[in-house]
Design a protein around this ligand. Structure first.
Ligand code: ZN
Length: 145
């Protein structure tokens, strides 16, 4: 992975961190219900459990690793991307985070690299350039071995 000095800007604020150190993986921005210790992604102000609905929630960081529960491969260019790597299509995975939530996010890698149950790690990926900045998305890449 090449490192860049260009500022990285999230495609949408409030969903993932952008570490100062480009070697560090991003984390997902989630919510924890303090009454039942449940975690949610994306963030929410009120617990989603109907019997709870607590507002006693806290912002937490989730990941950066998870387990691939299911995936599909989309044979279309990733919308809004000028990154040539996205032109052939991309994987979309349902990833179980160790904290509990199952999240659906793009995958990094080729179709044959994905296996149910494998460990993945979040990474930032440039979608396109915007002036001096790189617009980035978060996606999950299979870990080696
Ligand atoms: Zn709750």
């Amino acid at each position: 992975m090449t490192t860049t000095q260009r500022p990285r800007v999230p495609i949408k604020p409030g969903y993932f961190t952008i570490p100062d150190d480009p070697q560090q993986p991003p984390k997902l921005l989630g919510t924890k219900c303090n009454d039942f210790s449940e975690h949610y992604f994306p963030r929410r102000a009120i617990c989603a459990r109907p019997e709870c609905l607590s507002e006693n929630t806290a912002d937490v960081e989730l990941g950066p690793r998870g387990t691939l529960y299911s995936y599909t491969f989309v044979h279309l260019p990733l919308f809004g991307s000028s990154n040539m790597e996205h032109a052939e299509g991309y994987g979309v995975g349902q990833v179980d985070l160790p904290e509990g939530p199952r999240v659906q996010l793009p995958l990094a890698g080729k179709q044959g690299e994905f296996k149910i149950g494998q460990t993945l790690e979040a990474e930032l990926n440039t979608l396109r350039e915007d002036g001096a900045s790189d617009i980035v998305i978060v996606r999950f890449r299979p870990l080696e071995g």
